[in-house]
Design a protein around this ligand. Sequence first.
Ligand SMILES: [Zn+2]
Length: 232
Amino acid sequence: MSNNNKGRGFGGKGYYIALILCAAVIGITGYVYYRNLQEPQEVLMEETIPEILSAGTISRDEVMEAIATEAKTEPPQTPLITQEQDSQPVSAPQTLKTQSPIQGEEICGYSMEALSYNQTTRDWRVHNGVDIAAETGREVCAAADGKVYTVYEDDAMGCTVVIRHDGGYTTRYSSLAEELTVKAGDEVKAGQVIGYVGDTALVETTLGTHVHFGVTCQGEPMDPAEFLALGQ
Ligand SMILES: [Zn+2]
């Protein structure tokens, strides 16, 4: 009886030792499996390198260096092709001085969000500038320092001068007389005469003689009143 008890006692201790050994084996197996999961790329690379080496004259060191470089290469954070448009800052430069191109009554306001009725074309449309009434022949001035970008005869808006300014702004003067005092490429100062009031805007003839004055910022229409307020 006592031997049996002793044997049972020893058997119980052995059972625990076997259990610990099993746990250790499972643990080691799991760790090895985990390591294999962690290094699949290295295994793959080791398999493919002999093929690369046998295919050409490239050395093993060069292959390893190329692989290391490839691994470090990250996709570019910014697009490789960038638009080279008016990338100047939107805010007005400190030196920008503005003034109205001509003194007179505003007879049609800026309206890009709401349609306004056009008496000449008898339809509803947006108005990308302000119309300032003035007698034919009066001087029209540059609204700020800048450079004349273009001078042209617009089918709808008549004789037109476009000036570019610092800060990504352009000013546009339409319905001018055909006789102008500037040409494309000229540097102009605020207040410098660029032309004279005419009556050439075919879509605005019912307004009488006036200047159509429009402004864009980074290519987008803006309220001329806001532009004039920048330099005051
Ligand atoms: Zn107008």
